[in-house]
Design a protein around this ligand. Structure first.
Ligand code: ADP
Ligand code: MG
Length: 400
């Protein structure tokens, strides 16, 4: 095993955010010093997909890639926000007291929505001036949206002394996404962004909203987790996502349980026989993937060889492909190529219909696997993937 950071031509760690440049941009935009800088990470889900709205388990890590906000408190209720990645860095200005669920705020919804959610909780809200930069890939299923809503929530709470627990900070981010940005996500993304810890994965019981931090020190085990972005667009807001939620709901109803979480794994085959074929497949995915989270979590907790989660990743992928039907050809191609090239396991991660594949590899095989993924997509006529190594990192925090 070598300790060198991987940098063949294919594996490219996104450039870090330049904090001094961000602070300078803040000064030039607003002619003032920021009160501080905050950062919140994107996340990648190791296993447990579409289980969150079924009361099941998920297992995300927070990434080293962050959205960073330089922030200054205002005395009025205006929010001014500029993002290096949007609108050529132009400032969006929104009066907080005018924000409603029906308004269209573009990407700024993820920011002003947090203020709206805080006001709804009767927290004392004043406006902010914000300059943003980020190295979380946008729209790749790595939760750039949660990085944005959670860095905003963390900064607002810290600056105004709201003294919120982490779960409530995550809740503000989720409310912003659900109600103001109109993106129907569960709470996983925001909890991961707020509560991430270095070298740990979070087993989240989405019903109890309880987090168990589990050791997940890949480098110490000579392993790497590659994130392979298919560069195929994903979409949470489309009809497919709504259909899966609806199917899950209907399957639970027909089985007489509150949520699919309540279907016992033991008698699964017999239970599922009561459902028509489509709902049977949908329910089987949810129940088995949630169970795979519990299996993976047991391995992590026991300090077992982390390679042993590989087969669970492969099973999860097959389940998403065949039962939940949320993968697409480019993603299946990447998953197969990674495993054929020596990955211990690989699966699509995120809501589906594109997005990223993760592959658990021996550190020394990372370049080989990445190269194989590039070659396979070229053969299949798919976009060349972007590949980086995921490192389990800390959650939202003030950094200056
Ligand atoms: P994902 O969360 O998987 O990256 P989403 O579609 O949920 O994808 O969120 C992407 C959206 O979040 C962007 O279209 C934009 O509106 C907003 N967003 C994310 N990061 C930023 C950023 N750094 N600056 C401005 N808007 C951002
Ligand atoms: Mg998102």
């Amino acid at each position: 095993m070598s300790d060198e950071p991987m940098s063949n031509k294919v594996i490219r760690t996104p450039d870090a955010v330049d904090l001094d440049a961000l602070a300078a941009r803040f000064r030039s935009l607003y002619d003032a010093e920021p009160d501080g800088l905050w950062a919140a990470p994107g996340r990648v889900n190791i296993i447990g997909e579409h289980t969150d709205y079924n009361g099941g388990f998920v297992l995300p890590i927070a990434l080293a890639q962050h959205t960073v906000a330089a922030v200054r408190r205002r005395e009025d209720t205006l929010v001014r926000v500029a993002s290096a990645s949007m609108d050529d860095g132009a400032v969006a200005t929104v009066e907080l007291t005018d924000v409603t669920e029906d308004g269209d705020y573009g990407w700024a919804a993820y920011v002003v929505g947090v203020g709206w959610a805080a006001a709804r909780r009767d927290l004392p809200v004043t406006g902010l001036d914000i300059a943003l930069d980020s190295n979380v890939p946008v729209g790749a299923g790595l939760s750039s949206s949660a990085a944005l809503s959670c860095v905003t929530a963390r900064a607002w709470s810290d600056l105004l002394g709201w003294q919120l627990d982490e779960e409530t900070v995550a809740d503000l981010g989720r409310d912003a996404e659900n109600e103001i940005a109109g993106a129907p996500t569960g709470l996983m993304d925001q909890l991961a962004s707020v509560c991430g810890q270095e070298a740990h994965a979070m087993q989240i019981d989405t019903r109890a909203v309880a987090i168990t931090q589990l050791p997940f020190d890949l480098p110490a085990a000579g392993l790497s987790l590659l994130v392979i972005d298919s560069r195929t667009e994903h979409s949470h807001t489309g009809g497919e996502y709504a259909e899966r939620r609806q199917s899950s709901h209907e399957a639970a109803l027909r089985l007489g349980v509150h949520e699919l979480r309540d279907v016992p794994l033991e008698s699964l085959a017999t239970t599922l026989d009561k459902l028509p074929p489509l709902l049977r497949r949908r329910a089987r995915h949810v129940v088995t993937d949630s169970a795979r989270v519990e299996q993976a979590a047991r391995l992590l907790l026991a300090g077992d060889d982390l390679r042993r989660i590989g087969p669970l990743l492969n099973d999860s992928h097959a389940s998403m492909r065949d039962d939940y039907e949320i993968t697409v050809p480019s993603v299946d191609t990447l998953q197969e190529a990674a495993v054929a090239a020596g990955a211990h396991g690989a699966r699509m991660t995120g809501g589906g219909f594109g997005g990223c594949v993760i592959a658990l590899v021996d550190h020394d095989d990372a370049a080989t696997v990445a190269d194989a993924c590039v070659a396979a997509t070229a053969r299949g006529g798919f976009p060349a993937p972007a590949v980086f190594e995921a490192v389990a990192s800390g959650g939202a925090a003030r950094i200056r």
